[in-house]
Design a protein around this ligand. Structure first.
Ligand SMILES: Nc1ncnc2c1ncn2[C@@H]1O[C@H](COP(=O)(O)OP(=O)(O)OP(=O)(O)O)[C@@H](O)[C@H]1O
Ligand SMILES: Nc1nc2c(c(=O)[nH]1)N=C(CO)CN2
Length: 832
């Protein structure tokens, strides 16, 4: 196969078309997806743009925006195993456009699961239009043919430059234009495709786009598999590496796999170039991103040791039945400077959609939502685009009502019903479910018992029947569309690793919650109240989600997870088998002591901020980036390591050592909770409504029509029960003590041992000592094991400074490493 790509042909180049795809050989690639970026050079032949140049009409041009969307649709479409197959499908798609004589496709897979540091894997193929080849052989776009183009301009001005109109191109006489050998379907996404395209990324999913699906011929013999690639020690060994210039002729059957020096995804529009100069413009640009695998440990703010992931990265790991997929993040550039930088979920939650708007069919920018249109909910995995052109009447007047005045019709289309109302922590009896439709998340997020470890917490149950009345508590309100939320998890007693894994699984299985990202596991020095007893290191992580639950329901989820992990509250900031805090809920600001949002201390906790910044590099909190906050957090030096594959492998760094701390035992009766309504919804903070619309489109749902209806608000019964039993005492107490950013204590590190975990947390020294240095069996002080108790908590009127103890006082205690980790369910050593 020859090429028409040369300096004499007109070309359109789209660079950095990025989207999340689920292509790959490995199961996790199929499940979790990853970033793919595509560069496309369309060869229009010699003077291929001459007609459009004269008419200045899009009808006579190749609509690059349509091409861009078609490419993204392929990326997001049916998963394939090999880059070869993906590139071929993209080539086939773009070659179906009239006037496109040939195309060079480069597919970047910068997060490919290689076991070596790398920046990118890129495969380039070059394909000519089959018809071009047939009609004019290797010279599909001879200048002589192109010269006919301007001769009859009136004949083609009425044609749109879309696929499936080959006659249009033929009429132009601009080269030998391709026949439409692969007429595209109107709907590119297979109905059963569990990774159906994000609606907002495929709005130009036009009828002219060709069908995906490479021919067997194309799929055969086009190079090695990604598994083979991954097994090599270097990606340079591709079959055709290093040969042809990128815009020069290549063997159409021979994709290239190139290690590139990085790339910079850019928006399709910005990136489009009408390349009319010489070849060579395809040189890799200076990298602005550091791939996770390639990033040095030193790139982390704290310089802490990092366990590089064995499979490239760690993201949310959907359980086998949670492959919703459609809420995956859209194209987004990599973050820079992070040792592990999974692509951000659609947007940082601080900038997401106005989910707490009135919720009743409120229109969304971009026409993603269709007020009044209520198609039947689709099962997960089915992709039904949200109508782009609403046929329904304008939003009802009540859509603009304040939240407290939201109509009672709100819940219907979400179907998140059949649960008791969480009414400030008290179930309202007599509730009746309002909607029969299943919740949009429930089918896909239904727990799989097999997925749960032995000690896994049970998934939070589906909401129960609904009451007819409820207080106008903003925290009770379910969002009008899925919103972002962030959970922080920490544990330092019991089987910590098992517990945290179980908690993540439970979150994934919780109805109304879709886990987007699971942060790395961070081993952190325990931050304890000033004067408090030292504690073993924590393992911390953060989970970002999309949710349709109300803030109080999310708090109930937190408490249910804690209870399922066997947590009992014996002291403020005491050792715990599991602590789950709700860090943020998009659009919600609350000073309610029972549920303060954002969490009162999150902005100053490196053990929250660092995993969070890794899970969502673009996250913001209080107007500052989480990354920045992490760097300034007083406990930042208490980070010992990060592990990114912690859900998938036991091959994590050294687990915390020190005395085993038995889970505390409850010793007090619950007290009633005094409900305080002191929350607001800050709709001004919500700037991107499309994310949620895209999410809903992806799961085959429309936004709820009646999400504000408190009577339809469900509850998590299990969580509710736990809340009432165990959350009450502490919930009744003010959760104050949160300092303002910038008012943190300035503590000096003098006199501390570098490997003193408590000192490290307290005094901001750069703590990056090898883990072994901290392993001093029997030397780590901690609470009294015999009682599992620690001193009384101090009044939380200031940021607690981690306590620096005197000499270690414990003797030969059971080492935490012996009980903390593993999935074997082994309990603490007895009799030691
Ligand atoms: N954003 C929030 N997330 C979780 N709990 C919160 C939040 N805001 C307030 N609370 C209240 O805080 C109470 C105490 O929570 P918890 O026992 O987890 O505190 P802690 O872990 O000892 O301290 P911290 O909340 O500072 O981590 C809970 O009963 C809950 O009602
Ligand atoms: N390192 C670390 N320290 C803590 C943590 C935690 O999760 N990690 N949680 C606390 C109370 O929730 C108090 N201190």
């Amino acid at each position: 196969m020859s090429t028409t790509l040369n300096a004499t042909t007109d070309r359109i180049r789209l660079v950095g078309l990025s989207a999340r795809g689920h292509h790959g050989v490995l199961p996790f690639e199929r499940e979790e997806g990853q970033l793919f970026t595509v560069d496309v050079t369309l060869d229009l032949g010699a003077r291929g743009t001459a007609v459009a140049a004269v008419t200045d009409s899009l009808d006579d041009a190749v609509d690059y925006s349509s091409v861009a969307n078609a490419v993204v649709t392929v990326i997001e479409g049916e998963p394939v195993s090999l880059l070869e197959a993906l590139a071929d499908r993209i080539a086939e798609r773009v070659l179906a456009y009239p006037r496109v004589l040939a195309a060079e496709i480069t597919v970047h897979k910068p997060q490919a699961p290689l076991d070596v540091a790398f920046e990118d894997v890129a495969m380039t193929i070059y394909r000519t239009s089959e018809s071009a080849g047939q009609s004019s052989g290797a010279h599909a776009a001879e200048p002589a043919e192109a010269e006919h183009a301007p001769a009859e301009p009136r004949r083609f001005t009425s044609h749109r430059a879309e696929p499936a109109e080959p006659e249009t191109a033929a009429a132009l006489g601009v080269g030998a234009l391709p026949l439409q050998s692969a007429p595209p379907p109107a709907d590119e996404a297979p109905a059963s495709d569990p990774w159906g395209p994000d609606q907002w990324m495929s709005e130009a999913d036009e009828a002219g786009a060709p069908a995906p699906g490479a021919s067997a011929q194309d799929l055969l013999g086009l190079g090695e598999s990604e598994t083979d690639q991954a097994s090599r020690r270097s990606p340079e060994a591709g079959p055709e590496h290093g040969g042809a210039p990128l815009l020069g002729p290549t063997d159409g059957a021979g994709p290239r796999v190139e290690p590139l020096g990085g790339f910079e995804p850019v928006s399709a529009v910005d990136a489009v170039e009408a390349v009319d100069g010489a070849a060579g413009a395809h040189a890799p640009e200076a990298p602005t991103a550091v791939s996770p695998e390639a990033a040095p440990v030193e790139s982390l703010p704290t310089g802490l040791p990092v366990q590089l992931p064995g499979e490239g990265r760690h993201r949310a790991e959907p359980s086998s039945d949670t492959a919703v997929g459609s809420a995956d993040e859209p194209a987004a550039p990599h973050s820079a400077g992070l040792a592990e930088a999974p692509e951000p979920v659609a947007e940082s939650f601080a900038g997401q959609a106005g989910a707490y708007s009135t919720g009743s069919a409120d229109p969304v920018e971009g026409g993603q939502e269709t007020p009044g249109v209520e198609p039947a909910p689709l099962p997960y995995g089915e992709s039904e685009p949200v109508a782009a052109e609403p046929e329904a009447p304008a939003p009802a007047p009540e859509a603009d009502l304040p939240l407290a005045e939201a109509p009672d019709s709100a819940q219907a289309s979400f179907g998140l019903t059949d649960g008791p109302l969480v009414d400030g922590g008290h179930q309202v009896d007599g509730a009746v479910g309002g909607a029969a439709a299943p919740g949009p998340l429930s089918p896909a997020l239904a727990p799989s018992p097999a997925d749960l470890p032995e000690t896994a917490a049970e998934p939070v149950e589906a909401p129960a029947p609904l009451p007819t009345t409820a207080p106008a508590d903003p925290l009770e309100q379910r969002p009008g569309r899925p919103v972002g939320a962030v959970f922080a998890l920490g544990a330092n007693a019991g089987h910590v690793l098992v517990t945290l894994r179980a908690a993540v699984r439970s979150l994934k299985a919780t109805e109304g919650i879709e886990v987007l990202q699971v942060g790395p596991l961070a081993r952190t020095v325990a931050v304890v109240p000033e004067g408090g007893e030292r504690q073993p290191d924590y393992l911390n992580t953060v989970v970002t989600v999309l949710t349709t639950l109300s803030p109080r329901e999310l708090l109930a989820v937190c408490q249910a997870l804690e209870s399922e992990a066997g947590r009992v509250r014996t002291q403020h900031w005491g050792p715990r088998t599991l602590d789950v805090d709700l860090v943020t809920v998009e659009g919600v600001d609350s000073q309610d002591p029972e549920l303060t949002l954002p969490h009162a201390h999150a902005h100053e906790r490196a053990f929250v901020l660092v995993p969070w910044s890794q899970a969502d590099p673009f996250a913001e909190l209080g107007g500052r980036t989480v990354t920045e906050l992490a760097e300034q957090a007083p406990d930042r030096s208490g980070l010992r390591w990060l592990a990114f594959d912690w859900l998938d492998t036991d091959n994590i760094p050294e687990k915390p050592t020190g005395p085993y701390v038995a889970p505390p035992v409850v010793d007090e009766d619950p007290e009633p909770v005094e409900q305080v309504f002191n929350a607001t919804r800050n709709e001004q903070s919500v700037i991107d409504a499309e994310l949620a619309a895209e999410y809903l489109a992806g799961i085959g749902e429309l936004p709820p029509q009646d999400a504000q209806n408190p009577q339809d608000a469900p509850a998590v019964q299990q969580a509710q029960d736990h809340h009432g039993q165990q959350g009450a005492p502490e919930a009744a107490a003010p959760a104050g003590g949160a300092p303002q950013a910038g008012a943190l204590p300035d503590v000096e590190p003098a006199g501390l041992e570098a490997d003193n975990p408590f000192a490290a947390a307290s005094f901001g020294t750069d703590y990056a000592v090898p883990v072994d240095a901290a392993q001093v069996p029997g030397q780590t002080p901690g609470p009294d094991q015999s009682q599992g108790q620690a001193p009384e908590p101090q009044a939380p009127d200031q940021f607690p400074v981690p306590q620096v103890g005197e000499e270690d006082s414990w003797e030969a205690p059971l080492q935490w490493n012996e009980v903390i980790g593993g999935t074997d369910g082994m309990g603490p050593r007895q009799g030691s």
